[in-house]
Structures are given as C-alpha cells and as structure tokens.
Design a binder for this molecule. Structure first.
Ligand SMILES: C[S@@+](CC[C@H](N)C(=O)[O-])C[C@H]1O[C@@H](n2cnc3c(N)ncnc32)[C@H](O)[C@@H]1O
Length: 279
C-alpha cells in the first residue's frame, strides 16, 4: 500500500466505490518500477513460473486472464514472458492505469471491463491460465466460493489457476490491519484473509483439482508491516525464505487444475472451525 492510499475512512465495505478511491491516483513511475522489480524477484512469481511450466509447458503463447487485475503485476511479468494476457476488472480507473502502465512498458494486453461475479459467458472456457492477487478475500460467505468459481469458469478444462491472498495466520499482517482499521486508515473495505484449509476447500468446491496451498513471506511481512510503520518510510523488503513461512507467512498461494465439475448448488461445506456452513 502506498501512503496516498492511506485515506479517510469510508462507510462502504465492498464494491466498486472502494476501488475507485484506491486507484484514484496514478502511481509514481519510480515506485511502480520498484514494485514490479520486487514482484519479479519474489517467491510468488518464482512459484508461478515453476507451477505453470510443470502444468502447461512454456509460458510463451499461453492465454492468461487476471481477475480483479488492478494494475496487473503478474500480467506484466507474464506478458514479458510472451503470454497473451487479458486484464479483467470492473473498476474503470484501475483499467485506465493498467493500460497506461502497459503502454509505458511497451507490452501488448487486452483490457476487459466486467464483474467476474456477473455474466462471464464472453470469457468462459477461453483461457489456459486464470490468476488473481489480493482479490478473493474481499468477499464474504458464498461469494468467496463464487469468486473462485469465476476463475474456473474462464478456464478450459485442464487449465491452471494461481490465486494469492493474505494468510489469516500471519501475525504482523493481522496487527497492521487492526491498527489501520483502528486509526480509520484502512482503505480496502471488507478483507477477510484465508486459512489454507478454507482456501483449498473452496477451490475444490469451485471445480479445481490437484489443489495445493503454500504460505511464504514471513520476513517480508515484518519489513512491510512493522519496520515501515515504525520508521515511517519505505524499507528494503527482506523476502528471503524463513522456516516460519509455512506456518505464519504473509502470502497464501493456491494452485490447481480446472477439473470437469464444480459443486452442485446445494453442496454445503463445513467451515474449518465448525462455526457453520458455507457455499
Ligand atoms: C486489492 S485490488 C487487487 C489488484 C491487483 N491484483 C493487485 O494486487 O494490485 C482488487 C481489485 O479487484 C477488483 N474487483 C473486485 N471485485 C471485482 C469484481 N466482482 N469484478 C471485477 N473486478 C473486481 C477491484 O476493482 C480491484 O481493482
């Protein structure tokens, strides 16, 4: 999150108005380059490349779609690797900024304005890869599974999914989020992080097979959420692997393969903590 995103609170908890505020300013070009360079050398991209290469072969020529793309960080890296990328978002401002970014970088991409919880027939079954970063945690209850099902809907059978969300067990993320909410500075509205169990159950319910969830970025969460807050300036992000990554890492990344079926409408899953059932 950039300082310009630390804004006065809004009463809206989810929906396009939140994202219009988040994306109201174009990012500083130098900071944007740093953000992309960090993503390019980070574990998420390394794991994405490893997974997609094993699942589908080389990245060049793959048809990919990023849902809730925002500026499309992973799509930039995929486009650089020769993939045919589509960025889908329902926020006009996000798409405008993403288009400017791709133009500046000289990368080709398709930009689609759509609500992925709405009618996806135009995109259904057309892609080899569906991905999202920081998107499916902005929903509650059944809409969480629906957001995962949207990733399945745009994929051909056998296509690959990569979904990255905040990890519910990362202590620094929880403290940082609580602090920002307490001060009224939290800009993202509703955001409910995932446990490994919830994400993999919902992914299977959405029709994914060979589902795997891994967590990482424990050190990164300290530099991102603690040191930066205390020092009140950007600090070099320490993204080396840690033995605590699997248990307490910041990033929870799910990979899977689009199978032939998804949950029937009346399927009910038990929440891991037994608090009730969800779809
Ligand atoms: C937290 S941002 C993540 C953006 C980007 N993936 C990143 O990591 O910077 C969530 C994005 O999802 C988009 N979004 C949320 N719900 C959506 C929906 N139902 N359909 C399309 N886009 C949606 C928002 O407009 C926003 O750009």
């Amino acid at each position: 999150m950039t300082p310009s995103q630390l804004v006065a609170p809004t009463t809206v908890t989810t929906g396009p108005a939140i994202w219009d505020r988040v994306w109201r300013h174009a990012p500083d070009i130098e900071k944007d380059e740093i953000r992309l360079a960090r993503e390019a050398r980070g574990r998420r991209w390394a794991e994405t490349v490893r997974f997609l290469t094993v699942a589908l072969g080389e990245l060049r020529g793959l048809r990919t779609i990023e849902l809730g793309s925002g500026l499309g960080d992973l799509s930039v890296l995929l486009a650089r690797a020769g993939a045919d990328v589509t960025l889908l978002d329902y926020c006009d401002k996000a798409l405008t900024l993403a288009r400017q970014r791709f133009n500046r970088l000289g990368l080709p991409a398709t930009f689609a304005r759509a609500d992925f919880l709405g009618d996806l027939s135009e995109y259904a079954g057309r892609y080899d890869v569906a991905l999202s970063i920081g998107v499916v945690e902005h929903f509650r209850g059944a809409a969480r599974t629906a957001a995962l099902t949207a990733h399945r809907a745009v994929l051909r059978t056998g296509g690959a999914v990569v979904i990255s969300v905040p990890h519910a067990l990362c202590p620094t993320y929880r403290i940082w989020k609580t602090y920002l909410q307490f001060r009224g500075w939290w800009p993202y509205g509703l955001e409910i992080p995932y446990t490994r169990g919830e994400l993999s159950r919902r992914a299977r319910c959405a029709g994914f097979e060979q589902v795997r969830c891994q967590a990482f970025g424990f050190r990164e969460s300290w530099s991102e959420h603690v040191l930066r807050g205390l020092l009140r300036r950007d600090v070099g992000v320490d993204d080396r692997a840690s033995r605590l990554d699997a248990a307490l890492g910041l990033v929870l990344m799910m990979t899977g393969i689009a199978g032939g079926r998804s949950c029937p409408a009346d399927d009910v899953m038990k929440l891991p903590d037994g608090r009730g059932s969800v779809r």
